[in-house]
Design a protein around this ligand. Structure first.
Ligand code: 6PG
Length: 241
């Protein structure tokens, strides 16, 4: 079993959002056609916002899609920094995704351990498994300038988690707690899709796309055991503009 990597290059963030949203729509539609339902995990941060808006306008049978989150900040769901709030405003409300299909992380729970365990249970109870690990049809991820992805930050012990699927992560650089999928869950996905834009990301993106895979940056360590890594990037993020 091998990881396949595909790179899709777009002129700018607008084209990335326009055409990237169709790629996501096709993955969801194909999964629904194959097994009657689809399971997606959304990325946080700012880069996916435009793509979510376009995706909301495309025809997807959201009654058959289970929507999860790959990570969350330690804030309430209506907080400006909430990944859930961004996704709700840009995608979930616009696409009228049935609330019972939306599984948000309880970032506001001060007991981060409990919030992580509860979410792991929710993933296990909804997403079908390949072996003993739930297998998402697609997990959307961003990439930070320090090479983090989801909330797997460089130097954190979450990077070495081999058993758990969701963990709390203390980010020294951001001085805050996060909840995050681990590599065990990410690498069990059928497809992992990076959404990345802007020249500031170029130094790390080149390590993610390089076939040698010599980098230890968290984003470069993503390697679905039996799946595909799709990188949706604009030219600037590849140092081409
Ligand atoms: C988060 C994310 C994180 C994000 C990167 C890129 O909660 O911050 O999930 O992994 O994807 O930090 O963020 P931008 O898209 O804002 O550059």
């Amino acid at each position: 079993m091998k990881t396949k990597t595909e790179l899709m290059i777009y002129r700018d963030p607008t084209e990335l959002a326009e055409r990237g949203s169709v790629v996501v729509k096709d993955v969801l539609t194909n999964a629904i056609a194959a097994r009657g339902r689809a399971a997606i995990a959304l990325a946080g941060g700012s880069t996916p916002a435009g793509l979510y808006e376009r995706l909301a306008a495309l025809s997807v049978d959201w009654s058959r899609v289970d929507v999860f989150f790959g990570d969350e900040r330690a804030v309430p769901p209506d907080h400006p920094d909430s990944n859930y709030r961004m996704a709700r405003e840009r995608l979930l409300d616009r696409a009228k995704v049935p609330p019972q299909n939306v599984h948000r992380m309880r970032g506001e729970d001060a007991d981060h351990e409990r919030a992580a365990r509860d979410y792991e249970q929710e993933v296990m109870s909804v997403v079908p498994r390949a072996g003993d690990v739930p297998r998402f049809d697609v997990i959307l991820l961003g990439i930070g300038e320090d090479g983090h992805t989801a909330s797997l930050f460089p130097g954190t012990k979450a990077l070495d988690e081999r058993v758990r699927l969701v963990v709390p992560v203390w980010s020294e650089s951001k001085q805050t707690w996060r909840l995050s999928f681990t590599f065990r869950l990410i690498d069990a996905a059928a497809r992992v899709m990076f959404i990345v834009a802007g020249a500031a990301k170029a130094p790390v993106v080149c390590q993610v796309v390089s076939p040698e895979k010599r980098s230890f940056l968290p984003a470069a360590r993503v390697a679905p055991v039996d799946g595909t890594v799709t990188i949706l990037a604009d030219k600037a993020a590849l140092g081409m503009a």
